[in-house]
Design a protein around this ligand. Structure first.
Ligand SMILES: [Zn+2]
Length: 145
């Protein structure tokens, strides 16, 4: 069985398009228009794709290619977790996946900082306040200072 397109989309979305270990962005933008972007992400199996693979000593009867059994990693870390399977047992892989997907969800839903007015400060009706939602907006604001 192969990893379905749906499982790939779900895994990439839940992983924020970055490696669960080093958080490297897994699409490298092209440098020239003639080229396409490079995908450096790989889908690592928690329970191996076949029983003889890394972590294959643990019994498993589910769909090995389901997104719930996959962790999105960069090529370097995919090699490490498969080569060093004793250091990366099933339970550690599951925790890595859960922690990373929680981090992505929390990061994407984080609300911008809320500005509250200090009543002892200057009259807010006379002051100009800015809501800053990104690093780029902050940079634009302070670069004029
Ligand atoms: Zn990595």
């Amino acid at each position: 069985m192969a990893i379905s397109e749906k499982s790939m989309k779900i895994l990439w979305a839940l992983s924020g398009g970055c490696c669960a270990i080093c958080r490297t962005t897994l699409v490298v933008p092209r440098e020239v228009e003639l080229d396409d972007h490079s995908v450096i992400g790989e889908m690592a199996h928690i329970y191996p794709q076949s029983p003889g693979g890394p972590r294959g000593n643990v019994p498993f009867t589910g769909n090995r290619d389901h997104h719930s059994n996959l962790v999105l990693l960069c090529g370097n870390h995919h090699k490490v977790v498969d080569d060093q399977e004793n250091g990366w047992p099933v339970e550690r892989m599951k925790k890595l996946k859960a922690d990373h997907e929680t981090w992505v969800a929390e990061t994407l839903t984080r609300r911008p900082l809320r500005v509250t007015v200090d009543p002892s400060g200057p009259d807010p009706k006379k002051e100009k306040f800015y809501m800053i939602n990104s690093g780029a907006e902050l940079w634009n604001l302070i670069s004029d200072a």
